[in-house]
Design a protein around this ligand. Structure first.
Ligand code: PRT
Ligand code: ZN
Length: 285
């Protein structure tokens, strides 16, 4: 039987979350000592461990069928590959930063400036779209020290917490790209590999949906039931169960993580009691 080859980062920021995502999809992997490649035990998947920068090329060439890589790397490399799914981890932004002491009004202030980056293509595209001409200096690491050593006036680099910029006396002034890990694929997978990829995507989406939602159980006095139900989202419609105390009912529903606290506060003020909140493992629609 055909196996689908997935490329993931060998070590670094995306490694742990990529492995965890496969495990959350109930795919069992035994990682050997050499960590070059391994085969899943209960799913037709071969895992290749690579440097993240190499993954787009391997996908274009078809050496790997699918891969997990930051959108930032994928767009910078400009390879002919398809994004199949965003994965919700490895979130960061590619930003332009200037010395803290410099004044900044708008992007025109970057005109004619020397900018150090490991993302020359994305930066050039960003400036071209805004008709700004700047001198791009490509460097492969420690971009944040470039202004301090006189190599450039400003930088464009990945930022997550912002502490690296802060520690190097820089401030963020423009966002070039919002990024996160994505699952990308070779353009022309054969039909048997496409079937395996679709099965994997089906699992990934179920896991993603579950992560974004919580299961809530609450007790509601019957005279408040209609009001509370009209307020609750639920995947389709909330479950209502009678309680031994005939004046109350139990309501079960699913609430999106982003709206969670607002909804809970309102439910409480509408008379809901004994609210239990549980994590969800998977949601299959
Ligand atoms: O060895 P390999 O080439 O595979 O890895 P790498 O060293 O090139 O990449 P790695 O592991 O650092 O990052 C892999 C991917 O993680 C990136 O391509 C992004 O998609 C994503 N990611 C998410 C980040 C960050 N957050 C991040 N903060 N990648 C890098 N950083 C760096 C950034 O370059 C800067 O040096 O972290 C620093 C800033 O962090 P804060 O928290 O101080 O703002
Ligand atoms: Zn890299």
């Amino acid at each position: 039987m055909d196996k689908l080859k997935i490329a993931i980062q060998k070590s670094g920021r995306l490694y742990e979350d990529s492995i965890k995502m496969l495990k959350d999809c109930s795919i069992e992997i035994n990682i050997g000592i050499d960590k070059l490649k391994t085969t899943a035990m209960n799913f037709p998947l071969e895992i290749l461990f690579l440097r993240d920068d190499d993954i787009p090329q391997y996908l274009e060439d078809g050496v790997a069928d699918i891969g997990i890589v930051g959108k930032n790397v994928l767009l910078e490399k400009r390879k002919k590959i398809k994004i199949k799914e965003t994965l919700g981890f490895g979130k960061c932004r590619l930003s332009i930063a200037i010395p803290k002491s410099s004044k900044y009004h708008d992007i025109e202030d970057l005109h004619g400036k020397k900018i150090a980056t490991s993302y020359p293509f994305l930066v050039q595209e960003f400036f071209m779209e805004r008709c700004i001409s700047a001198e791009i200096h490509e460097i492969s690491g420690a971009v944040e020290i470039a202004p301090g050593i006189g190599l450039a006036d400003c930088i464009c680099d990945l930022v997550s917490s912002g502490s690296t910029l802060f520690m190097n006396g820089l401030k963020e002034v423009e966002t070039v790209l919002q990024s996160e890990a994505v699952l990308a694929s070779h353009l022309n997978l054969c039909s048997s590999k496409n079937i395996i990829m679709d099965k994997l995507l089906f699992r990934i989406r179920a896991v993603k949906r579950a992560k974004n939602n919580k299961y809530i159980l609450l007790n509601v006095p019957n005279d408040r039931l209609d009001k509370i139900i009209s307020y609750l989202p639920g995947i389709k419609s909330p479950v209502i169960l009678p309680l031994a105390n005939s004046e109350c009912s139990a309501v079960h529903s699913v609430v999106n993580e982003n709206d969670f606290w607002g909804i809970i506060e309102n439910l409480k003020s509408l008379g809901a009691q004994d609210i239990l909140v549980l994590p969800i493992e998977k949601i299959v629609l």
